[in-house]
Ligand binder design. Structure first.
Ligand code: ZN
Length: 118
């Protein structure tokens, strides 16, 4: 939860408290129409505060999921780089296609190691 979402949520609740206070005062002054309108605004502000809370929680969960996915991609990339480096060290130099494919494929026409995967 960020500070801004917390501040917005508290502003909604403060406004709801104020409109609830105004609604009770209008009831005391025999203006039920205004009281009903202010009570409706109070309910809407409370709903907005609840939605802000839920949305902030969903945003936080989405950020966690995105960070986890980025870490998994980085680990997979490191694994691929490691595999390519290992292939270069184990197999030594070979044909041009072998170099351009980071040691995974050989040129089927000219390479002496054609038929091998590494
Ligand atoms: Zn080759």
């Amino acid at each position: 939860m960020t500070r801004s979402s917390t501040a917005v949520r508290w502003l909604y609740l403060l406004a709801a408290g104020f409109t609830a206070h105004c609604a009770t005062n209008t009831v005391r002054h025999h203006a039920p129409g205004y009281a009903l309108g202010l009570a409706t605004v109070t309910v809407l502000l409370v709903v907005a505060a609840i939605r802000e809370y839920i949305d902030a929680d969903e945003r936080r969960a989405a950020a966690v999921r995105a960070e986890r996915a980025a870490r998994l991609r980085a680990i997979a990339d490191q694994r691929d780089i490691r595999r390519a480096a290992d292939a270069l060290l184990v197999n030594g130099t070979c044909c041009e296609r072998w170099w351009t494919s980071c040691g995974f494929h050989h040129d089927p026409d000219t390479c002496t190691r054609k038929g091998t995967t590494r």
